[in-house]
Ligand binder design. Structure first.
Ligand code: SF4
Ligand code: SF4
Length: 445
């Protein structure tokens, strides 16, 4: 009974800490702006099954892709075992789900095999992090704390797998000494059990309890540490894929109020038919944390800092300062920095800083070619160019601040209806010097 009380207390503390974090994040989401209506659920489910559960984008990489995918699938399978541990802890039972019979054997066997696979994969990731110089993990945004964060999370996962395997091996030892209590199938642990110390029944029970408690307590700690680390994607990546933008990547979202103005300029009769809310526009584009849409913020929370986006960004590859990964990390960091003040004091709160300039420079924003290579590469469907474009929109529409050549282009569009410096009347002058017959010339003119 005492074990149940201790477990219930630990679970309560873990849930309390996690609830505090969830409330904090929900409060930050409440500050964000609308993005797009979430419709077409069947399409969203199929995208989630393919990209999130099928790991289709991750599997594009021949070696590390399958390893990452196996870790993800392993987590999903091992989750069943964790649920059983919580039921056991609260009820005081052992292997409470063994009533599932054959299915229980399948669950325990696959969990045991995946524990070994995930453990091996994590060791490979740690070797890469500690000993190899992987270019994708470097960049101006990758500070020492980012590397440390990744290593600590990997070490925690490694311990989770070691303790799970240790628990399974001790369980096998207990079953051997007391066959009446046999439950579950553990093929990987059976293979490794020879390395396990041969001890008495009491010793085996102590080992089992040690691994059981250290595993479940590590899960509680891990769940509370994750939201403050890059490994928050463990929770956020699946919802982020589900809620991804369904429009083609190259199609930029228009701004309703601006669209109305433009339509009005082009054709007043069409403009009259457009019904839009008349609320004044708070801000064009994004300047700071409170201007982010819920999708921008969700993207930033889901970012794994893997650097796949930056590794294909033509601006970054040609030596520009822009790194799409940094843009996402900056958005997340800014909300973390300013969010508590905004929640406490309202949207008018200012700390005399802003996302633009204090974290993201204009140079970075204007280096983007909007090629969408980053968004295409991102394994969890983050859309970096949309955030970049919205920050540019702020610069242009609120500050009238754009590089000189772009300002010239804006003037040309305004005056000539085209990006070039020629009057519309002169557009076809180049045809005059061509040797083409009169009929074709007439058609062109
Ligand atoms: S859209 Fe912009 S940030 Fe993304 S890869 Fe292209 S240039 Fe880089
Ligand atoms: S935005 Fe996507 S591709 Fe880029 S670092 Fe984050 S998760 Fe990786």
């Amino acid at each position: 009974m005492i074990k149940q009380y201790i477990f219930a207390f630990a679970l309560l503390v873990a849930l309390g800490g996690f609830t505090f974090t969830v409330i904090r994040i929900v409060n930050f989401f409440n500050l964000t702006r609308p993005a797009f209506p979430v419709r077409n659920w069947s399409k969203r489910f199929s995208i989630m099954l393919g990209i999130a559960f099928g790991q289709t984008r991750i599997l594009r990489k021949p070696v590390m892709g399958p390893l990452h995918a196996l870790v993800f699938w392993g987590f999903c399978v091992i989750l069943f075992g964790s649920v059983e541990m919580v039921i056991d802890g609260l009820s005081g039972m052992e292997h409470s789900l063994k009533a599932l019979g054959g299915l229980y054997n399948v669950i325990t066997a696959s969990g045991d095999i995946f524990a070994l696979i995930v453990g091996i994969a994590i060791i490979v990731f740690l070797v890469r992090r500690f000993f190899l110089h992987i270019k994708r993990f470097e960049g101006i945004e990758m500070k020492a704390i980012s590397h440390m964060d990744a290593k600590i999370a990997l070490l925690m996962i490694l311990y989770l797998m070691i303790s799970l395997q240790g628990m399974n091996m001790a369980n096998l030892g207990l079953q051997k000494l007391n066959p009446e209590n046999a439950s579950g199938v553990y093929p990987a642990s059976r293979m490794l059990v020879h390395f396990f110390p041969a001890v008495s029944l009491t010793g085996m029970r102590i080992l089992y309890e040690f691994f059981w408690w250290s595993h479940i307590l590590m899960i509680f700690v891990f769940a509370n540490v994750l939201p403050y680390s890059k490994h928050f994607h463990v929770f956020m990546s699946v919802p982020n894929v589900f809620l991804s933008r369904l429009e083609p990547l190259g199609k930029l979202p228009t701004m309703d109020h601006v669209t109305r103005e433009v339509r009005h300029m082009l054709d007043p009769s069409v403009a009259l038919a457009v019904t839009l809310p008349d609320a004044p526009v708070e801000r064009f584009g994004i300047r700071d944390a409170e201007d982010l849409s819920w999708k921008n913020y969700l993207d930033s929370l889901a970012c794994t800092e893997c650097g796949r986006c930056t590794s294909v960004c033509p601006a970054n590859l040609t030596g520009k300062r822009l790194s799409p990964r940094k843009i996402m990390m900056d958005a997340r960091a800014r909300m973390k920095q300013k969010g508590p003040g905004l929640v406490k004091n309202g949207r008018s709160y200012t700390d005399q800083k802003s996302l633009i300039r204090d974290l993201v420079t204009e140079e970075e924003l204007w280096a983007c070619t909007t090629c969408n290579a980053c968004a295409r590469e991102c394994p969890i469907s983050i859309n970096q160019p949309i955030l970049i474009i919205d920050m540019r929109r702020y610069l242009v529409m609120e500050e009238g601040s754009a590089p000189g050549l772009i300002n010239t282009m804006f003037s040309n569009i305004e005056n000539n209806g085209a990006p070039w410096q020629y009057s519309q009347d002169d557009r076809l002058l180049w045809v005059k010097d061509l040797e083409i017959n009169n009929n074709e010339n007439n058609i062109l003119c």
